[in-house]
Design a protein around this ligand. Structure first.
Ligand SMILES: NC(=O)c1ccc[n+]([C@@H]2O[C@H](COP(=O)([O-])OP(=O)(O)OC[C@H]3O[C@@H](n4cnc5c(N)ncnc54)[C@H](OP(=O)(O)O)[C@@H]3O)[C@@H](O)[C@H]2O)c1
Length: 259
């Protein structure tokens, strides 16, 4: 006996990757496009790189939407969501990747500097989660897709008990994002999962000298830095496979937290 299977063509899913024009965010955006997702990215200053990333996504056969936004601006999420609704009418996942990172020594931290860290690295992701939640929860769960939406926040291993000396404002902002991750996992269940990735070095900051890099790697059991592609693989796992996982933090650090 022959059976005919009726195949229904489902629309591609859409992921929004903040800071998706370059470095880690770009790797995540391209990996998700390769996996068959449409991709919206935000950028602030990297307009040319955003255009190139969008072109690369289109070349992979997926739709791309680059959106200029400043995540320190509380009105940004509303504008981002309006553009996504207009172009795609859906949203399946959000990756909060955009962040600022530089030294801030105790004794020299101004109120404006501290506020800026919290605004970009913690309040920005939180306001975007709030604005995206209705769209992320909009699809009816199915046995194949038991959760409607997925959120992944980018943290840092240094918020997990080993703060980085000389980076107090950054450490504090990422620690806030850690608690936002856990709280949102509770608040948005059962429709939306919220997890985080805490990388060690996956793309060296220009400010790291050769000596700093050697010192850092001495304490990495896997004896090498990670790469943006390592983050992209972990994001893809959380977005596509980790249906029964929420409020969790993946340590992507070559074992550095153990040493
Ligand atoms: N690189 C690492 O080894 C490492 C280690 C631990 C954690 N992480 C975390 O992983 C994520 C990605 O790391 P990365 O090194 O690729 O980051 P990055 O290069 O320092 O920054 C990523 C993007 O964030 C965007 N951004 C910054 N401020 C913004 C604002 N106010 N509004 C909108 N966009 C803004 C920038 O966009 P424009 O260029 O368009 O201005 C930038 O391209 C970050 O959350 C970082 O904290 C990275």
């Amino acid at each position: 006996m022959t059976t005919t299977t009726k195949t229904t063509k489902t629309a591609p899913k859409l992921v929004l990757v903040t800071g998706g024009a370059r470095r880690v965010g770009q790797a995540v955006a391209l990996a998700m496009a390769q996996a068959g997702w449409d991709v919206a990215i935000t950028y602030r200053t990297s307009a040319a790189e955003a255009k190139q990333t969008a072109a690369a996504i289109t070349k992979l056969g997926r739709r791309a939407l680059p959106i200029r936004a400043d995540h320190a601006d509380p009105s940004a999420p509303k504008k981002i969501i309006a553009q996504i609704r207009r172009r795609f009418g859906r949203l399946d996942a959000l990756v909060n990747n955009a962040a600022i990172f530089s030294r801030s020594r105790l004794g020299q931290i101004s109120p404006a500097e501290f506020d800026r860290y919290l605004a970009v690295n913690a309040r920005g992701p939180l306001l975007l989660i709030q604005a995206c939640a209705p769209l992320l929860a909009a699809r009816k769960p199915t046995p194949q897709n038991p959760c409607s939406g997925k959120i992944v926040n980018l943290l840092d291993i240094h918020v997990l008990g080993q703060p980085m000396r000389g980076y107090l404002a950054y450490n504090a902002s990422k620690a806030a994002l850690l608690e936002i991750t856990r709280s949102c996992a509770i608040e948005l269940a059962p429709q939306i999962t919220v997890n985080a990735i805490a990388p060690g070095v996956v793309a060296w900051a220009d400010s790291y000298s050769t000596k700093d890099r050697r010192q850092y790697l001495k304490r990495v059991p896997l004896a090498r830095p990670g790469s943006p592609a390592d983050v992209a693989k972990a994001v893809r796992f959380l977005l596509e496979d980790a249906d029964y996982c929420t409020g969790q933090i993946i340590h992507l650090d070559g074992g550095r937290l153990l040493s």
